[in-house]
Design a protein around this ligand. Sequence first.
Ligand code: SF4
Ligand code: SF4
Length: 368
Amino acid sequence: MKKHHIRYDERHTMFSRARLKPGTKPYQDFYQTHPHLKKGDDALRGMDFMQNIRKSQTFKDTFLPLIDNDDNLIKAYHKITEEKPVSKQQKPIDKTQIKALLKSFGAVDSGIVRLQEHHYYSHHGGVNDVLNLDNYGHAIKARYRSAIVYLVSMDEKAMRRAPHFEEMLETKNGYHAVANIGTRLTLYLKALGYPTLLQSEAFHLTPLVPLAYDSGMGEIGMSNHIIHPQYGDRIRLGAVLTDLDLTPDQPIDFGLEAFCAQCGLCLINCPNQAIKHKKRWVNNRQFYQFDEQSCFKMFKTSGTDCGICIQSCPFSYHIDAALIAKMKDDEKSIDHVIKNHLHHHGRRPRIKEPLDIVKGEKDHENKH
Ligand code: SF4
Ligand code: SF4
C-alpha cells in the first residue's frame, strides 16, 4: 500500500454511528476519539426512519409492508451464496464474458478493479444487523484479487418523485436488483472454482464509490456520488469480490469536474445544505466536502432516503453522448447541456403527481 493511501473505516460511516447505543463500550470509545460528532449524532440516533414518513397511518399500513421482508430476502441471498461450495477444478472465464453475463442479468454497465489493501474498509462498523453478525470493530483483511463492479439504473419516473415513497421503493428495488445479480454471479464463479463473496446493502468489505471510480463506472460528482456518463447517479452500485484474476479497467474522465463547477444543481436543491462545493482528496480521488449529519437528518424527517440530489443531476436524464464527448475540451458544450437541461426540466425535475401505486394518497404533509 502506498504511504499516502488510507483505508476507510466503516465505523466512521453515518449508518454505523446511528446504530451505536449510548452506554455501550463501542459508543464510549467512538465519541472519546470523535467528540465533535457526538451531539449531532445523538440527535439522529436509530435506523427506523421509514416510520417517520409524513403520511397518514392508512398509507403506512398499506405501503410499508412492501418493504417488510426486504431484510429476509437479502439474508437469503447471503445464505445461498455462503452455502455454495467452491468447485475444486477451476475453469477459465474472461472479462468480456463476465461483462456480457452481467448485462444479461440486468446490469447496465460493469468494470473491474484489481484489489489493493486500501480498497477494503479497515474495520467493520456493525451495520450487518440484517445478517445477525456481531462484528463491530473487527479488523478486515484484504482477501480477494478482483472486484467485479456493476450497476443497475433506477426508474426515472420514480426518482422524479423524490423525496417521496416512490423514490424509497425504487431505491429498494435497486438494492434488490444489485443483490440478485451479485448472487447469481457469485454462485456462478464459485461453480467455476473461484472463491467469491457477495456484497449487498447488508454487508460490505469495500466501500463502493472508490471501487466504482477505479473501475471506470463514472466520475465523482459534487454530490459525492458516482456520476455515470449515461445514467448519472440514477443508479445503484454493486460489487462482488473474487479470486478470479481479471484485467482491470481504468478510471474515466469525461470533464465532470468542470461541469459540476458550472452546474451545482444538487447543491442548490439539497434541502439540508449537506452538499458543499469545496473539494477534498482521498487516495488520489477527488471528492467534495459533505455534511453527512445534515443529509441523514433529511432521512429522519422525510422518512425516506431523500434522493433529491439524484433527481437534480442533469446526467440522470440521458445527455446526448456526442455532447458529452465534446465537454472535456469545450466549455461551451457544458453551457449548452446545462441550458438545455434547465429549459426542459427546470432547476429541479420534480413531478408532484404520484405514481399509480400510491395514487389517491394525500401528499400535503410533505413540503419538499
Ligand atoms: S439525499 Fe437529500 S439531504 Fe442528502 S445530500 Fe442528497 S439532496 Fe441532500
Ligand atoms: S447535479 Fe450537477 S453539480 Fe451535482 S453532481 Fe450532478 S453534474 Fe455535478
